[in-house]
Design a binder for this molecule. Structure first.
Ligand SMILES: [Zn+2]
Length: 141
């Protein structure tokens, strides 16, 4: 067989020390906040801030730019149960305003803030997995 056609590991899956990592599921690594290459290092520093690089394999996270993606997904899907709950509470029980402050506000906060981190991690891991980047007219060599 021609040596140029021997399967080589994807260069993005090889770290600075020459270790080849197996391909990781972007859904699993992203939702857990782990590195999309090694699946072990932390992706986040704090709640939503992405690290500069992976502490385990050294993957440079500078490619990561989910922009408004996590907020859009939360607005479209994740906060829907909270809004439906609040509307149904108002329609069915017609409670005083303070019930919404005590019950509806925490439900809305939980249904909108908690999904942000796993969704952001999933989008960053998907960028790595699917080689997503800004479009270019000239192919890099
Ligand atoms: Zn890593």
């Amino acid at each position: 067989m021609d040596p140029e056609h021997v399967a080589r590991p994807d260069p993005r899956l090889v770290d600075d020390h020459g270790a080849a990592w197996p391909r990781q599921s972007p859904l699993r690594t992203g939702a857990l906040g782990h590195c999309p290459r090694c699946g072990k290092g932390a992706l986040f520093r704090g709640f939503l801030t992405i690290r500069d690089h992976c502490p385990m394999c050294g993957l440079d996270y500078s490619y990561a730019d989910p922009a408004d993606g996590p907020a859009v997904f939360v607005q479209l899907f994740a906060c829907l149960p909270g809004v439906i709950f609040t509307l149904m509470l108002q329609i069915l029980a017609d409670p005083p305003w303070w019930v919404h402050v005590v019950v509806s506000l925490p439900v809305l906060l939980v249904s909108t803030v908690l999904p942000l981190r796993p969704i952001k991690g999933w989008l960053v891991a998907s960028q790595f997995y699917f080689k997503a980047r800004e479009g270019r007219l000239v192919k890099d060599e």
